[in-house]
Structures are given as structure tokens and as C-alpha cells.
Write a protein that binds this ligand. Structure first.
Ligand SMILES: C[S@@+](CC[C@H](N)C(=O)[O-])C[C@H]1O[C@@H](n2cnc3c(N)ncnc32)[C@H](O)[C@@H]1O
Length: 294
């Protein structure tokens, strides 16, 4: 497979180092919340995709790989799945889970999807909440298309607009009442979770990347963002748009403002639906499907 292993080539970009060194430990701590929430957006869609026995499927930004494993079951022993992610720690967990489930038709590879992908190898490409982080989305979407065989299909899931995603945006708005907005040179996970929220713009991106038959399906799901208000606040301050504001403000200022920020966030989360699992806040995504004309 013509996939450059950026680690062996010692060619990690600043972006990949940031994901591995800064974001990965926080994501790992909150895996139960993240994977639980993200998988609610794929649960209803993935089983109905035209992914059939014997197909080869590529999962971009596979993270801990639960969706890759679900797809590996769909393609069966005669098919194969390759999950690609730029974070070593996530891939190690994905490999352990594949072994625990006895799935040997799935492999997990380390790579930066914006730099190198296999070409002309796959029947289907999937990505759940991975493509919004592309720094150059059109070339990266084109690279995903070129990973497909002619006529192959792709489906990626991305967050819709900020205002439809209070689970992420409301905590950021609260943080910004107390702290400055991150500067243009801030360390970030990429253009941000809402970079593909605008349907018209993403349709243009998809067509520019060479896809046809582009369709959008809206998914609205509440996700559990913490088992208690305290965990919701800790999660918001660690990960996502609010976490970025807090991190970029610098420790001294952020810690000085922490009590007020935490109190305001707690009040926000306490307003939301609560059950024995935790606190549920609305989110909204696009499921975008398209075809590689070849
Ligand atoms: C929000 S997480 C989603 C993970 C997984 N797809 C899920 O839904 O649970 C985004 C993932 O994309 C990966 N990622 C971001 N940019 C990437 C890139 N350029 N190449 C490979 N992986 C990337 C991150 O490491 C992370 O695992």
C-alpha cells in the first residue's frame, strides 16, 4: 500500500505533533464521552450504507476505531478495512479492540491523511468527524476521492453550524465572556469543528474535489457530555472550542477566571436534560455522501 508512514519518515507536521502531544491525552481521558457522542451520529446511518460483503473500505481519522470495527463486520472476512489516524495512542487502542473482537480483516495505520493516502484501492471511504480538521480541505477531499476505485463511494460526517451545536458552542461562548479569543497564531486542532457546517460551501468543496452525486442528510442527536455538571465543565474546559479558549488564554489568566467560568458553565449544563447516565445537550451533523466518477 502506497501510504507514507509519517512517523518513520520523521516528517510530522506541527499539526500532527499537536494532536499527539496536546490533544491525545485529553481525548483519551474523555473517550467515554467523545466516542459515545460521536457514535450516536453514525449509528443510524452506517448500517444502511451500501457497504457489502467483500468490499474494501478506508476510514479516515478513525480515532479509536469503533466505526472501522463496525464496518469490518459489514464487509466480512472476504473484505477488508483500513483505519488511518495521525495519533499513535488512538491506534493502539483500536488495534487492541480489533484483537479483542477477533477481527483480522481490519488494520490500523498511522498517517496524515492530508499528506498521503493509498490510491485507487477502495470501494468505499468513510470518515466520522475527521474531515473538519483538514487544513486544506479541497486537496484533502480530492485525495480521499483518489483513494477510491472509479465509481467508489464515500460518506463523511461533520458538525453542522455552531448555533445548532450548543454542546460545543455554548461552553465556548461562556469562556469568551471571561477570556480573550485565541489569536491567529494559536495552536489548534485545525480549522475547527464547524469548518464544514455550511452546506452550500461544502457542496462546492466536494464538487471542486471531483465528486458527483453529492447528498446531505441532517442528523440531530443529543449527546451525553458528562455524568455530572462537574464532569461536563471539566470536559468542556479540556476539549473542543471552549477548551481551546481556556488553553490559549495562558495559565495565569485562565486559572484566575476559572471559578467564574466554571460557575457559569455549571449553570448552563444544569438546565439540560439529565438521566441516570448524565447530562444530554443537542448536537447536529451533516452526513455527506458522494461518488467518485473515476
Ligand atoms: C473528533 S476525532 C474523531 C475520531 C473518530 N473518527 C470518531 O468518530 O470517534 C478526529 C480524529 O481525526 C484525526 N485526524 C485529524 N486530522 C487528521 C489527519 N490529517 N490525518 C489523519 N487523522 C487525522 C484525529 O487524530 C482524531 O482521531
Amino acid at each position: 500500500m502506497a501510504l507514507v508512514d509519517t512517523k518513520e519518515a520523521d516528517a510530522d507536521t506541527e499539526f500532527v505533533r499537536f494532536w499527539n502531544e496536546v490533544l491525545a491525552p485529553k481525548f483519551t481521558k474523555y473517550r467515554h464521552i467523545l466516542q459515545g457522542g460521536l457514535s450516536r451520529h453514525s449509528a443510524a446511518i452506517i448500517p444502511d450504507l451500501p457497504i457489502t460483503k467483500g468490499m474494501s473500505v478506508l476510514d479516515i481519522g478513525c480515532g479509536w476505531g469503533d466505526m472501522s470495527l463496525q464496518v469490518a463486520e459489514m464487509v466480512g472476512p472476504e473484505g477488508r478495512v483500513v483505519g488511518i489516524d495521525c495519533v499513535d495512542a488512538f491506534l493502539e487502542e483500536a488495534r487492541k479492540d480489533a484483537a479483542a473482537q477477533g477481527l483480522d480483516n481490519v488494520e490500523f495505520r498511522r498517517g496524515d491523511a492530508e499528506i498521503a493516502l493509498p490510491e485507487n484501492e477502495f470501494d468505499y471511504v468513510v470518515a466520522r468527524f475527521g474531515t473538519m480538521f483538514f487544513t486544506n480541505p479541497v486537496p484533502a477531499l480530492r485525495r480521499m476521492r483518489l483513494a477510491l476505485k472509479p465509481g467508489g463511494r464515500m460518506t463523511h460526517i461533520v458538525w453542522r453550524r455552531r448555533e445548532d451545536n450548543p454542546a460545543w458552542q455554548a461552553a465556548k461562548d461562556i469562556a469568551l465572556e471571561h477570556l480573550p479569543a485565541p489569536g491567529a497564531d494559536a495552536d489548534t486542532c485545525g480549522p475547527g469543528p464547524f469548518s464544514m457546517g455550511d452546506r452550500d460551501m461544502v457542496e462546492v468543496m466536494m464538487r471542486s474535489a471531483g465528486y458527483e452525486d453529492v447528498t446531505f442528510t441532517r442528523i440531530d442527536e443529543k449527546i451525553m457530555v458528562g455524568s455530572t455538571p462537574e464532569e461536563c465543565v471539566a470536559f468542556a474546559l479540556a476539549i473542543g472550542p471552549a477548551g481551546e479558549v481556556f488553553r490559549e488564554a495562558g495559565e495565569e489568566l485562565a486559572e484566575a477566571k476559572r471559578p467564574q467560568i466554571e460557575a457559569d458553565m455549571r449553570a448552563f449544563f444544569e438546565q439540560h436534560e439529565q438521566d441516570e447516565q448524565g447530562i444530554w445537550v443537542p448536537t447536529s451533523s451533516w452526513v455527506i455522501s458522494a461518488r467518485n466518477p473515476g
